[in-house]
Every structure is written in structure tokens, then in C-alpha cells.
Design a protein around this ligand. Structure first.
Ligand code: NDP
Length: 439
């Protein structure tokens, strides 16, 4: 830790995992004998590169690019690309580390990876986005491949960016192959991939509630974020008879007590790429809370009364004070669509309260799982129906929930899905590493 003080989020993620692993390491000496902990916290490879591109005014711009290939014991590296000004080596490392365990939990043959850039897509023209993506891929193409490393989208990287990245890969290599997931349905994408992370987070919540004899039907839900994960969380909640009443972006939060209007949200965010404050122009009965008005110790979205919460924006967006407010308002279920959205202190609150708490690495694994289904379709040159993909997605989320719950029970804490997720994911990766020898 002292040698790399800037990796705050990575240490936060690693500490949580290592704390949970204590009983496994005590019970099974093989992990110690094979130095699995020392090996698993060290990425196989970290690539950092310069990205030069030209803006619309003809000025040369420079950004930093990253790809971390963390662990390939279970399969090709798999994990998204994030374009956001907050991206740095520590953020990519935390995301890559989480991805190892998440991918292991899916039961599918995928290893952990992650990447991105500190490029800020906000306010950029379409042509600038294209030139940036082309410049990014001009380096990344050397490091990826359909059986080695297959990136996908994340914050700031959606269907448009995946298209430009793919086009550049094809131009550079002359190969039409499955090196990215989240592709357009027209040219190699999978039905259901766009919806998978949000739908999966809702399926995971439904599994947690069912285990407690409840369902989502009739429940009021809080959602943060207004991007890919948030939108499809809201869509699935409506399909299951719940009432999603909030969403947020980096500038503010919308509270619409009658239910978020999905059509308006999709138009604003998927078509116009506009700030969320415009929502109230179409729905004057909804409330808009500007970021300036947020409580000093947290986020306005978590102070609204509800039954279930879905953090779907970004890391550490839910503080200890937010957790107290949620519990005080009677929230009984949290399913994390985002990666590590709750601070460590907030997670402790949820676990102490023994509510149904689904950590991101389990609850949002539907996205990467469906990416693997896209890889399977690409390699067999097939396209599956939406029903087939969705049936598999539901089964995978149910399996992840079962495996987390059973592992948690095995270690004497049946309600603790954080413990269950970390141990279940770890054992699969660690056993594969041992079987593959010292590499
Ligand atoms: P998008 O870029 O589509 O949406 C992100 C949303 O979160 C936007 O509304 C954005 O607001 C908001 N946001 C981002 N950063 C911040 C910030 N620092 N403060 C406040 N709001 C912020 O990304 P996704 O929906 O794809 O990703 C959301 C989360 O889900 C991330 O944690 C990601 O890692 C995780 N995830 C995504 C998967 C996927 O398949 N896409 C898979 C698994 C996890 P604004 O537009 O104003 O910036």
C-alpha cells in the first residue's frame, strides 16, 4: 500500500475480498502453499498508452489509455472500457480486480480485465468521438483478440463507441472477429446484451426477495444513474410490477412519485444525450434536485422513502449516511447495478442490519454473462433469440444467487452475500490457478 498510495479504490476492493477470505485460507492450506493471494492481487499485465486525436478545431488532444489483463485462469480476459475524466490506473485496477470474481461467479469461461481512458465524451461531437475511438483502438488492437481479451462497454462507452472501436480494429487487422461485445445487432451483437446488466440486477433482487418470501411487485424503488444500467433496471422493474421513482445523472436527481417515465428518459439519454434536468420540462409534477442541493454527507437520491434501492451510477456513490437514511426509511433490499457503489462503511451498515444486500460483483454480473453469450454466438456464427438469451440470463442470475447464499451459509453467515460472493468467486479462480501450475 505504501509503495502505491494512489490506488485508493483498488485497496478498498481488495480489502473487502481479503477480509472475506480469512476463513477459507484458514481451512484450506493449498491457497497459502500456492501463494494464491500474492498472485491474485497482482495483474498479469497492465498496459498504459498515449492517445492522440484531433478535435473539431484542428487542435491535437492527448489522453491516457489503459487496459489491465488481471487474471486469465478461467478464460480470455473480459471486462468493459470506461471513458470518463475520473479514470486513472487505480480505478481501472479496482474494476479489473472486481471483474475476476464477478466473471468467476457467472460459471462461464471468462477471466478478468478492464480498460478505459480519462477522455470525457461530454460535449464532444460525433466526429470527435469517432476520431478518439479510432486513436484508442490504434494501440489497443495489439493487445486484444477473440481468445485472449475481449473488451465491452462501461461508463461512457455504449453502442456508438463500440461501433467506432470495432470499425478501426477491422481496418487495422482486416479481420471480422468477436474482439468486442456490446456490438450492434446488425453486425454480430447479441439480442438482450443492452438490457442485460439492468435486467440482471432486477433478477438478482427478485431472487434475494424470494428467499425471504417476498417479491418486487408493488414495491417502490430508488435508482441512481440514468445510463445503460439504470434505464434497463427501470424497464425490468415496471415489467415485474414495481414502481421506480428516481433516476440521476452527474448533475442532479429526478424524483417522480408517479413513476419515472421510461420513454422520456430513453429519449433524453439514448437519443438526445441531454442532461436529466430537462425531464421536468416534460413532467412538471416531478421534482428535480440539483447536485448543489445534495446533503453534504451523501446523495439526495438515497434520502427518498422507498422499499428497494438500485445504485446504478458509479463507485462510492452511496455513503454511510446514505445507508443510515435508507435503513431509517425502511429499505429492505439493495441490488447494486454499479461496481462498488456503496462505501465500505455503508456495506457494513447493510450487513449489520441483515437486509437483502446484493453486492455489485454478484448483482450486476448479468452484463458480462450476456457478453460471454455474445462471444459464444460469434464463434458459432449464430444469433440466438431474445427468449433464449433472457432465459439463460435469468438462470445465470439465479445460479449466482444460489451459489452466494449457499457459500454464505457454509461459512455460518447465511444473510451475508458479500462473504458468499467473494468466497465462491475466489475458490473457482484459485482452484483453476492451482491446477494450471505456477504461471
Ligand atoms: P453509462 O455511461 O451508460 O451511465 C452512467 C450513469 O452514471 C450516467 O447517468 C452518469 O451521469 C452517471 N455517472 C457516472 N459517473 C458519475 C459520477 N462520478 N457522479 C455521478 N454520476 C455519475 O454507464 P453504465 O450505465 O454502463 O454504467 C453504470 C455503472 O454500472 C458503472 O459502475 C459500471 O461500471 C457498472 N456496470 C456496467 C455494466 C454494463 O454492462 N454497462 C456491467 C456491469 C457494471 P452523466 O451522464 O451525467 O455522467
Amino acid at each position: 500500500r505504501q509503495s502505491s498510495p494512489a490506488q485508493t479504490e483498488f485497496y478498498q476492493a481488495a480489502e473487502e475480498v481479503l477480509e472475506c477470505l480469512r476463513p477459507v485460507l484458514e481451512n484450506d492450506p493449498r491457497y497459502h502453499d500456492h501463494s494464491i493471494i500474492e498472485r491474485i492481487v497482482e495483474p498479469e499485465r497492465q498496459i498504459m498508452f498515449r492517445i492522440c486525436w484531433t478535435d473539431d478545431a484542428g487542435r491535437v488532444r492527448v489522453n491516457k489509455g489503459y487496459r489491465i489483463q488481471f487474471n486469465s485462469a478461467l478464460g480470455p480476459h473480459k471486462g468493459g472500457l470506461r471513458f470518463h475524466p475520473s479514470v486513472n490506473a487505480g480505478i481501472i485496477k479496482f474494476l479489473g480486480f472486481e471483474q475476476i470474481f464477478k466473471n468467476a461467479l457467472t460459471g462461464l469461461p471468462i477471466g478478468g480485465g478492464k480498460g478505459g481512458s480519462n477522455f470525457d465524451p461530454k460535449g464532444k461531437s460525433d466526429a470527435e468521438i469517432m476520431r478518439f475511438c479510432q486513436a484508442f483502438m490504434s494501440e489497443l488492437y495489439r493487445h486484444i483478440g477473440p481468445t485472449t481479451d475481449v473488451p465491452a462497454g462501461d461508463i461512457g462507452v455504449g453502442a456508438r463507441e463500440i461501433g467506432y472501436l470495432y470499425g478501426q480494429y477491422k481496418r487495422l487487422t482486416g479481420r471480422y472477429e468477436g474482439i468486442l461485445t456490446g456490438k450492434s445487432l446488425n453486425w454480430g451483437g447479441s439480442l438482450g446484451r443492452k438490457e442485460a446488466t439492468g435486467y440482471g440486477a432486477v433478477y438478482f433482487a427478485e431472487n434475494m426477495l424470494e428467499a425471504r418470501g417476498e417479491t418486487l411487485a408493488g414495491k417502490t424503488c430508488l435508482i441512481s444513474g440514468a445510463g445503460n444500467v439504470a434505464i434497463y433496471t427501470i424497464e425490468k422493474l415496471y415489467q415485474l410490477g414495481a414502481l421506480p421513482v428516481t433516476c440521476s445523472d452527474s448533475r442532479g436527481t429526478v424524483h417522480d412519485p408517479r413513476g419515472i417515465d421510461l420513454e422520456t428518459l430513453k429519449r433524453l439519454k439514448e437519443v438526445e444525450r441531454a442532461p436529466l434536468r430537462h425531464y421536468v420540462e416534460h413532467h412538471p409534477e416531478a421534482h428535480y434536485i440539483d447536485r448543489e442541493e445534495y446533503p453534504s454527507d451523501g446523495h439526495a437520491v438515497w434520502r427518498i422513502a422507498a422499499d428497494v434501492a438500485f445504485p446504478c451510477a458509479t463507485q462510492n456513490e452511496l455513503t454511510e449516511a446514505d445507508a443510515e437514511a435508507l435503513l431509517g426509511n425502511g429499505v429492505t433490499c439493495i441490488s447494486e447495478g454499479a461496481n462498488m457503489p456503496s462505501t465500505a462503511a455503508a456495506v457494513d451498515r447493510f450487513l449489520d442490519a441483515k437486509i437483502a444486500y446484493g453486492p455489485g460483483k454478484a448483482a450486476n454480473a448479468g452484463g458480462v454473462a450476456t457478453s460471454q453469450l455474445e462471444m459464444a454466438q460469434n464463434s458459432s456464427m449464430q444469433q440466438w433469440t431474445l427468449e433464449k438469451v433472457d432465459t439463460k440470463l435469468q438462470a445465470i442470475l439465479a445460479d449466482i444467487h444460489r451459489s452466494c447464499a449457499e457459500t454464505a451459509a457454509e461459512f455460518g453467515a447465511p444473510h451475508n452475500l458479500v462473504l458468499g460472493a467473494n468466497i465462491a468467486g475466489f475458490r473457482r479462480v484459485a482452484d483453476a490457478m492451482i491446477e494450471q501450475g505456477v504461471v
